[in-house]
Each structure stands twice: as C-alpha cells, then as structure tokens.
Write a protein that binds this ligand. Structure first.
Ligand code: SF4
Ligand code: SF4
Length: 508
C-alpha cells in the first residue's frame, strides 16, 4: 500500500455515467440504479483539497465528458493547477491519433512538465469530440481507451473469504495489491479514498463514505487507512491475475458478491450480464500482461480502427455567391467532393437566381438573404449545415480533386480554422469551434465579410494545411522543439532526449 501523497495521480470522479458497461469495470458501470454527477461545490472542494499535491490530478468517470459541467470543471482545474510549460498544440492533422497522444503524454506531461498537470480518462465518445479543442488545450495527460479493443479487465467483485486464503497470507496480498500500488486514490461525492476501487465499492454498496474532502487528506499513510481497508475484503483487486475482454460487457463475480448485487438491484445483473465464478478455481479469462498498465499493451489499439468518432464524417460546403453566374456547372464540380452544399447571397436577386439553378438538387440548399446582412445570412447557412465540418468558399473557388476524402482520413481539431493547401480562399471549420461559441450569434451577425469572419479565430488557431498533411508523422515536432529549447536547464536534456526518441520512432 502507498500513501496517496506518493502516487503519480489522484482522481476526481465526476460521474459514474458511461456509454459503455465494460466487463469488470473498476467503477462498476451498469450496476447502479442511478448515476451520480458531482456538483460544482464538491468539485471545487476536491480541487482545493489537493493543493500542494504536486503530481497529476485526473478527471475521471464513468465517462467524464458526459458531465454537463465538464467544461467548467476542466477550466477550473487547469486554472488552479497550472502547468510550468503549457502545451497548446494538436492543431495540425493527425493520421494516428493514439500514437500522437502517447507521444504528447511522454513529451509534454512526463518530461516537459514532470508529471505535474491535469489528466483526463476517457473512452473517446462523441462528447469527447465535442470537447476536443478544450481537451487538447487543457489536459497535459490523456488516458484514451475506447474499450473496443483487446483490453483485459480483471474481476473485482469477489471476496477473499470465499477462497482458501489465511489471514496472514491475505494481509501480504492486500498490501501488495497492484491496483493500489500502481493506480490512484480518488475523490467521489462521498469523500476521499485511499484507492479508486474502494471508492467505487463505497458508491455501489452505499458504504459509509470516504474521509472529509479537506486539505491534506491525501497525506495519510497506510497505517491511517483504517475502516476503508474493509473494502478490500470484498474486492478482487489483489486476488486475480487474469481478466476478460472489456468489450464482452460481462462481469465475473463471486457467489457472495452476486447476492450483494441482487440486494442493490443491479440493472446489469438483471440484464444477465453477470457470470458467477467457481471460487475453487477462480482465474477466469486470459492472463493479464505483465506490463505497466496490465490491461492493454499496444497503445495504438486504444482507439479501435472502426471508431470513426474522431474523423470528419460529413463535410458540407457553404458557398458565398456574389453573382450566381455559371452556378450550375460550378455546383456539378462541388457535388463531386462535398456531402451537401449550402449557397447564400446577400442580394435577393442573386438568391433567386441560385434557387432556380438548384431546382431538383435535393442536396443543395439556398439560404435566403437575412436583412441583406452578410453575417446574419452566414449564421443561417451555418445553422443549416448542422453539426458537421464546413468548407466555406466563394462561388469561383474550386476544390482540388480528392482532397475532401483525404481530409476525412485524418483527425483535425474542431477548434481550428484550416485553409486548404495553397488555397487561402477555401477554409474548413467546425461549428463547435470555441471561436464561434465565444462570438455567439451576434458576433457572427456583425461580420460584414469573409475576412472578418475568419478573424474570429485567433492567429494560433488558423492553420494552413500542408500538401502532405495526411502522411504518418507527428506534425507537432517543430513546435515541441521550441518548447524543449525553452525548458529549464535541469530538465532540458531529458526533454530533448524524449523528442529525439519520438523523432526516431517515426523515422523507423
Ligand atoms: S469505459 Fe468501460 S471501464 Fe471505463 S468507465 Fe466506462 S464502463 Fe468502465
Ligand atoms: S484490494 Fe481492492 S480496494 Fe483494496 S487496495 Fe486493492 S483494489 Fe483497492
């Protein structure tokens, strides 16, 4: 056992709601009749209680991005726990996102910031993508795992009392529990805990709660863990070295814990997603790998190849028309690349011309001029595009053959305004961009030209795509080099070594 003060991370559990119900989840997702969502006061208290803890503070769930106040929590935590070297990259296209995040964790969190920052544990959901810009700008460490991969989770709902383990033997086993010795202490709405799994057991079985969330709670030593160690008595954390594929969504539980799940009315048990173990031979599933994280060895597998959430799905075109001349031919070309096309004009006469040209083209919309205002009409066009990436251009612009398909194969940041390679006049953006949310409807309405609209994005969030934007590379290496050169002399060589290692990996 370790004191939380010696841990690399302490978690703040903001919810146990999740889009998954993985096998043997450490938060027992699927077994709760009602999910919790931590309130703002408790979150603030949790962050304040960790003042002086000079390592990573994680936001965890369930799926933390499902919390309605996720953005507020993330910003507050980052403000209260600032980084020595903020790393605001992740703006250029990325072909292999898990690999990029592995590099960013290693370079930015581990070496540059010496593991002092804010972390996010997420299963890369639609909400993650919705918050992509915020997450990349705020979290120095990300543990991403969509669990649609070969992750192995060991059983946790079992008691050593159902196995032939003597008290002496047990104390040694418990104190060597790999989870407590490698993972984290945590804070839930019910208090602070020496172990994240103990915290989740307390939540599931309506336990007495944790220690008060007050300054220095995390300085307790194992000798002070007291009543919280009772949770180890009904936990498989120290008992098993094998696990089941998380994606099977079945929990392996002992007969005693099966009864306890029945008592709390577990929906997952009612749905038949629980398998009762034979406690005379209880090492179900496959042997856990003997690696640092024990459940998934290959970082590249953390987001499955079938997970399309991070990639631009549809790309809609918005075309600003000032003449309407030759629009039929232009539309034919644009339709070869874009999913839908929205045209707008500020003059009614031109809009009428456009409307007559698109009769019969269901995938083309013409937005009527709004009070002859460029900004108001653009607002309407953006609204018509829905929650999709938008390619914005003037009527004479031509999209190079194949480029839209190439863009759909890379991860691009919804907070960034991109220009197509060598084509300053064609821009790509997402309606979720912070630049647009901050400007709000009125900010866009006040724009009287495309240039004014583009300037809603700060200069560092405007990126011109390079010709070879979709090759396997780490596109941030040059920016990271500048950060490495800036690092204080004590850590500079370590940071440069990390960078060299990442560069070599790509060369190999
Ligand atoms: S993604 Fe799976 S393991 Fe993670 S919290 Fe959700 S159910 Fe649990
Ligand atoms: S046995 Fe369970 S509750 Fe106890 S330290 Fe290990 S994981 Fe935590």
């Amino acid at each position: 056992m370790r004191s939380p003060k010696d841990m690399r991370i302490i978690q703040i559990e903001v919810t146990n709601a999740c889009v998954h119900q993985c096998s043997n989840c450490t938060r027992f997702c699927g077994h709760h009749k009602k999910n919790f969502f931590m309130d703002w006061d408790t979150f603030q208290k949790a962050v304040k209680s960790l003042e002086g803890f000079d390592h990573c503070i994680g936001i965890m769930g369930g799926e933390p991005t499902l919390h309605p106040q996720f953005e507020r929590f993330a910003r507050y935590l980052a403000e209260q726990h600032p980084l020595d070297y903020p790393i605001h990259t992740t703006r250029k296209p990325i072909l292999n996102f898990p690999r990029y995040i592995r590099d960013k964790n290693y370079f930015g969190d581990e070496c540059l910031n010496q593991c002092k920052g804010v972390g996010l544990w997420t299963s890369v959901t639609k909400q993650y993508y919705k918050n992509f810009e915020l997450i990349q700008d705020t979290f120095s460490y990300q543990s991403i795992n969509d669990h649609d991969n070969p992750s192995l989770h060991q059983p946790l709902l079992a008691s050593r009392k159902e196995m032939d383990i003597s008290d002496d033997e047990w104390i040694t086993m418990r104190d060597n529990c790999l989870i407590q010795n490698m993972w984290s202490a945590s804070i839930t709405p019910k208090g602070a805990f020496f172990c994240e799994v103990a915290a989740a057991l307390d939540m599931l079985f309506d336990g007495p709660g944790g220690w008060p969330i007050e300054p220095d709670w995390w300085k307790r030593e194992p000798k002070d863990f007291g009543y919280q160690l009772n949770w180890c008595e009904i936990c498989g954390g120290a008992l098993f070295h094998s696990g089941r594929l998380s994606s099977e969504e079945i929990d392996d539980v002992s007969p005693m814990l099966y009864e306890r799940l029945k008592e709390v009315g577990s929906p997952k048990l009612k749905a038949g997603r629980v398998s009762v173990m034979d406690m005379s031979n209880p090492q179900p599933g496959q042997q856990m790998p003997d690696t640092k994280n024990r459940y998934l060895t290959d970082f590249n597998e953390r987001v499955s190849r079938d997970n399309s959430i991070l990639f631009p799905g549809k790309i809609q075109g918005i075309v600003f028309c000032q003449t309407g001349v030759g629009i039929k031919e232009k539309l034919k070309k644009l339709q070869r690349s874009l999913d839908h096309i929205i045209q707008f004009a500020t003059e009614q006469e031109i809009a009428d011309k456009l409307k007559s040209a698109v009769t019969g083209h269901e995938e083309v919309i013409v937005v009527s001029p709004q009070l002859q205002s460029f900004g108001r009409t653009l607002n309407k066009a953006i609204e018509a595009a829905g929650d999709n990436w938008i390619c914005l251009m003037k009527e004479h612009s031509e999209i190079p053959e194949g480029i839209i398909e190439r863009l759909k194969s890379v991860v691009i940041n919804p907070g960034v305004l991109y220009s197509l390679p060598g084509l300053e006049e064609i821009k790509l953006f997402h309606p979720e961009a912070r630049a647009l949310k901050s400007a709000c409807y009125d900010g866009v309405s006040q724009c009287d030209s495309l240039d004014m609209f583009y300037n809603l994005w700060s200069a560092d969030k405007q990126v011109e795509l390079e010709e070879n934007f979709d090759i396997l590379q780490n596109p941030d290496l040059e920016d990271w080099q500048l950060l490495a050169d800036d690092a204080d002399s004590e850590h500079r060589s370590q940071v440069h070594q990390a960078l060299d290692k990442i560069k070599k990996d790509y060369e190999g």
